[in-house]
Design a protein around this ligand. Structure first.
Ligand code: MG
Length: 357
């Protein structure tokens, strides 16, 4: 088995501003597992909000890859063991989990959703994110996104209502709002939510900081809109206690450590009576394709990370009538875009570990 890890800069079409700051690019770490003529790919999108950087993800991957044995198609026990060797670093864990799932699907000659018995015909339309900007710029972006059924508006700035009014001037699509922990006073947050309910907004994601769970529980008792936990949900264990404060949870592979953990989180969230949103970080078509395999299980989809990029290193997803759909090719169903991603270029590999038979 040869495992190669490559770092790649993902260029954004537009600067991406949320309540925490602005990004003009992303950094993903790609993992490539080769064994007996098959290749599995995975992607990590390390996130500073969770104490992750490209460097910490690389270190975690080096440790875990070193601990892997030679059986990439029977990896459930393997992953559990090597994940135990690293504290945190869920993006790195997600990349390894994805690469091995991609390998599994390819070794069986079937898309992963088929391996799991899921119907891609159940995949709902995704929302398209409109990041914070001047209200007229946001309105222009909303107009460009007219083919999407839902818009997700980033709030938590100086004048949230001006942004919503500007968007409402150009579209009557249902809106979803994400404050990214940007509101700090519960009474003020509730007033915003009550006003948003008059603007054809259907849900609010992470109104307040994760540390203010009791304040969100107070809002939930009074809120006319559904509240969805995003930053409040990281690992599967963090789900416990969320139902008091939220109606649903935004599950992302990069936060919980991959597809196995996300399936588990979906099952637990359902048991707790929480609705399930499946979301993403800034990721290429590879990371989004992994989430798409699980998308038939979600109530709300927010899988637009790849659509925000100008140099997507992977190909294979289809956008049809507002739905991001996986291909019918084996595994995760995407392949590297040779113009951007050159997996055979050893110079570009940050490191390779060959564990030959
Ligand atoms: Mg969010």
């Amino acid at each position: 088995m040869l495992v190669t890890v490559l770092g790649k800069t993902l260029e954004l079409r537009h600067a991406f501003t949320i309540s925490r700051g602005t990004k003009t690019k992303g950094e993903s770490v790609f993992v490539n597992v080769k064994h007996e003529g098959l290749v599995g790919w995975g992607e990590a999108s390390p996130n500073a909000r969770y104490g992750e950087t490209t460097a910490t993800a690389m270190t975690a991957l080096a440790t875990m890859i070193d601990g892997l044995e030679e059986r990439p198609a029977a990896f459930v026990h393997e992953l559990s063991r090597v994940f135990g060797m690293v504290e945190g670093e869920y993006a790195a864990k997600a990349a390894l989990d994805m690469a091995l799932h991609d390998y599994l699907g390819k070794s069986l000659g079937a898309p992963l959703y088929r391996v799991w018995g899921l119907d891609p015909g159940r995949i709902l339309p995704t929302s398209m994110t409109i990041a914070m900007a001047d209200p007229e710029v946001m309105a222009a972006r909303a107009r460009e996104a007219r083919d999407f059924h839902f818009l997700k508006i980033k709030l938590g700035g100086a004048d949230d209502r001006a942004m919503i009014r500007a968007i409402r001037n150009v579209t009557d699509r249902p809106l979803r709002v994400d404050a990214n922990e940007g509101w700090h006073d519960r009474e003020a947050a509730l007033r915003e939510i009550e006003w948003l309910a008059t603007q054809k907004v259907e849900l609010v994601e992470q109104p307040m900081p994760a540390a203010q769970l009791e304040d969100v529980a107070w809002i939930k008792e009074r809120s006319p809109l559904a509240l969805i936990a995003d930053e409040s949900f990281t690992t599967t264990r963090s789900l416990l206690g969320l139902a008091e404060a939220y109606h649903g949870v935004n599950i992302k592979l990069q936060k919980c450590g991959g597809l196995l953990a996300a399936r588990e989180a979906i099952a637990i969230a359902r048991t707790m009576g929480l609705s399930v949103m499946l979301g993403c970080m800034l990721e290429s078509s590879l990371g989004i394709a992994a989430a798409c395999q699980l998308a038939p299980l979600a109530d709300i989809l927010d899988l637009d990370g790849n659509l925000l990029l100008s140099n997507d290193p992977f190909d294979g997803l289809t956008l049809r009538d507002g739905c991001v759909l996986p291909s019918d090719r084996p595994g995760l169903g995407v392949s590297p875009n040779q113009g951007i991603m050159q997996p055979e270029d050893e110079d570009e590999a940050l490191f390779s570990q060959r564990r030959e038979d």
